[in-house]
Design a protein around this ligand. Structure first.
Ligand SMILES: Cc1cc2nc3c(=O)[nH]c(=O)nc-3n(C[C@H](O)[C@H](O)[C@H](O)COP(=O)(O)OP(=O)(O)OC[C@H]3O[C@@H](n4cnc5c(N)ncnc54)[C@H](O)[C@@H]3O)c2cc1C
Length: 486
């Protein structure tokens, strides 16, 4: 057993990534760390978001830490409040509460090469010194709004799905929802129940599979609690389903056409032949955009008080919106379900070796080494950085892989008596050049796909272009030889 570590570590964010990092650090004998969190409580996405209908769109038993299974999920697709409660319970049970600094936004970190230390600055102007910084800030926070004229001229209420406005009662209102992707498919059925009239503006249709939500009875949950092997079996089953999604997003894989056929069949089952059916049928490959699941989105579109207009937003006026095709729609409320600026590295300032700025280093095409490190930023790691997520496994699986690698590197660094690690630029270049040859293999990285996954440079900086087995193999090979050591 090695001596307790003296490394001072800052973790930025107390969402699933920050909690997984804290857990791994404690497991490996690192106890001098602080988890900085802007919000009042841990939970990340699941604490910050509260729109109606918000639920996990992957199977709940797969959306858990491997070391903290949750026999108490009340359904196979858990809702936001349950996931938030689970994560907050995990924070406590992992022993992380004393490490979390809520209400503390990090605004800047800067590396001092002469002493191999990071100075961290909070919004309140407080500074502190750390040896290591681990960014667990998540990648879906900064709302993305459509770039159209007149957005601020609207005289009614408007908001982005990420900051739900509970003060406005939608009962009897004319509502326009801009967007028809992940958050819209959850919000539309709920708003449709309240609004006098709801118009959904859809720029492009998404692949949607039936969700098949099932409530777990108390008896079943008792069984999960009493027989962990049964729970593990369910978990394995749910993970297997996730791996099918990866195959379905692989160009040329038979499962892609199977998924597309299944999704089209579902459309045909719910929506009668005609304009609406044509409008919601995608013309891209499955997986070009995030595959969605919903049991109630298509039925909501069939309601008398709901219209789907298959065109983008053209303009916002004081009275409502004008579609890209020039149709004016009067509205009392506009709700933007238009996504996030993913990987928004400008959310706080990171200054590395020689004054190198993270925003500039990332540019418009973010890259990292194995999703966790970047040259020029010694002892700075991403819990989930560019291309640091794998599609065929749950978020938590990749996350745990990444933080195990990071903490393993810190162990090796300490054992060697080194003060800092910086990924070798030539390995980073080689790694990213290899990745460039892989994107085309997947619908989300292929030139045929226009989505927020893929940027103008033809890179798709979000997902790892491969399966978890390949990613895990790369990570298992990680060691000090890949880093410059000071
Ligand atoms: C509405 C919504 C629904 C989603 N649904 C799913 C789903 O069903 N399945 C799925 O796999 N994924 C889903 N995701 C993706 C989801 O974000 C991840 O699964 C997961 O929550 C990310 O965990 P994280 O800890 O990396 O980031 P987050 O959960 O985003 O947590 C990051 C934390 O960092 C804090 N933070 C950020 N910047 C700073 C700063 N400068 N200083 C201090 N604190 C900071 C934030 O306040 C936040 O608490 C969803 C995302 C959103 C937005």
């Amino acid at each position: 057993m090695r001596a307790p570590s003296s490394l001072r570590i800052a973790i930025i964010g107390a969402g699933p990534s920050g909690l997984a990092t804290g857990h791994e650090l404690l497991e490996k004998g690192f106890s001098r760390f602080t988890i900085f969190e802007t919000a009042a409580k841990p939970g990340g996405t699941w604490h910050l978001h509260s729109y109606p209908g918000l639920a996990c769109d992957v199977w709940a038993h797969s959306y858990t830490f491997s070391y903290a299974p949750n026999p108490d999920w009340t359904s196979n697709f858990a809702g936001q409040t349950e996931i938030e409660a689970y994560l907050q319970r995990c924070a406590t049970e992992f022993g992380l509460d004393p490490h979390i600094r809520p209400h503390t936004r990090v605004v800047r970190v800067e590396f001092d090469e002469s002493v191999s230390e990071w100075t961290l600055e909070t919004e309140a102007g407080e500074t502190s010194i750390f040896d290591v910084v681990i960014s667990a800030m998540g990648n879906q926070h900064t709302p993305l709004f459509p770039d159209v004229p007149g957005k601020d001229s609207f005289q009614g209420d408007s908001w982005h799905a990420t900051r739900w406005n509970d003060d406005v009662d939608l009962e009897g209102k004319r509502v326009v929802i801009v967007g028809s992707a992940a958050s819209a498919v959850q919000i539309v059925p709920e708003v449709a129940k309240q609004a006098e009239h709801l118009t959904v503006l859809q720029r492009s249709p998404n692949w949607i599979m039936p969700r098949g939500r099932k409530v777990y009875s108390e008896t079943k949950r008792r069984l999960f609690r009493a027989f962990p092997p049964y729970l593990r079996m369910i978990q394995r089953g749910q993970r297997l389903l996730m791996s099918l999604v990866h195959d379905a997003a692989t160009i040329g894989h038979k499962r892609m056409s199977d998924f597309e056929k299944r999704a089209v069949k579902y459309i045909h089952e719910v929506i009668p032949e005609g304009e609406l059916r044509d409008a919601v049928t995608p013309d891209t490959h499955y997986g070009c955009k995030r595959g969605l699941v919903s049991d109630d989105f298509y039925p909501a579109l069939l309601r008398d008080n709901v219209d789907l207009i298959a065109t983008s937003l053209g303009e916002v006026t004081p009275e409502g919106v004008v579609t890209g095709e020039g149709e004016a729609i009067a509205a009392d409320v506009i709700i933007y379900c238009t996504g996030y600026r993913i990987l928004d590295f400008d959310r706080f300032e990171v200054i590395g070796r020689g004054g190198l700025s993270m925003i500039e280093a990332m540019g418009t095409s973010p890259q990292a080494f194995k999703g966790i490190a970047k040259p020029g930023f010694p002892n700075y790691f991403f819990a989930v950085g560019p291309n640091g997520l794998v599609l065929n496994v749950p978020y938590f699986t990749t996350l745990e892989r990444n933080v195990a690698t990071i903490v393993g590197l810190l162990e090796q660094m300490e054992a060697k008596g080194a003060r800092s690690l910086e990924v070798r630029a030539e390995l980073y270049d080689e790694y990213n050049a290899w990745m460039d040859t892989q994107f085309e293999l997947y619908s989300w990285g292929n030139a045929s796909c226009t989505s927020y996954y893929r940027n103008d440079a033809g890179r798709a900086p979000f997902l790892f272009p491969g399966n978890f087995k390949a990613y895990d193999r790369l990570h298992r090979k990680s060691g000090l030889e890949e880093f410059l050591i000071a």
